[in-house]
Design a protein around this ligand. Sequence first.
Ligand code: KIV
Length: 280
Amino acid sequence: MHMKTTVLDLKHKKGARLVMLTAYDFPTARLAAEAGVDVILVGDSLGMVVLGYDSTVPVTMEEMLHHTRAARRGAPATFLVADMPYLSFATPALALANATRFMKETGADSVKIEGGAEVLPIVQALVGAGVPVLGHIGLTPQTASALGGFKLQGKDEANARRILDEAVALDRAGCWGIVLELVPAPLARRITERISIPTIGIGAGAQTDGQVLVFHDIVGLFSGFTPKFVKRYGEAGMLIKEAIERYASEVRSGAFPDEGHSFGMNEDVLKRLEGGDAKK
Ligand code: KIV
């Protein structure tokens, strides 16, 4: 029997190069699971790559619940993290109510929360209630404008120290892992050495305990701005567009549907039908 990955398994995988990928629906979660990713993240990047918003701020709890359920159906046995959307964890009580919905209504294994010192009481409340929490520091897209936009974080000593301290505090507060987004590689390495839980980097260099990227970015499905840290491993967008163009062209030329894609009918039935029509 295949045993499902637990938070403890992931904690023990510090140093093991964990692979995390976002997925937001049944087919992509299934492909990610079949490809053997360790952790699926239903990120609130959903808002930008699937729903067409220009930031993650408008994403709602209902949207996240809907997509997390679909991803779970596609990957029933993979460790699955649901991102808590903007302001859904503004107070410990609200965070607990919303995290409870993710755990009970979607089958998620963990939630993810963006933020440093300001979210410590929330992490403590959730972990205390038994909800596994993945932290997320450095560039936090929900509050990117307060951080000066989508920019490298922790370049100067004060900010680097603050991010390091936040990582230590989130570890102590009970997170099972921390996403480090858009921080210098040497800072990510220092944090990874300093804390006991896995770090999962995105734009944070190679010396974290794992990596995460957005599905649409790696397969070439997102045509918006692509940051330097994204690597494209496929051109699915081009393939899909070509397929749609061929379909449209064959419909217009009459080449589709051909006999191989149509259904015939018993000749007698057809004759009677046509005869019946003729009598009218
Ligand atoms: O929402 C998301 O996809 C994320 C990852 C980029 C870490 O938070």
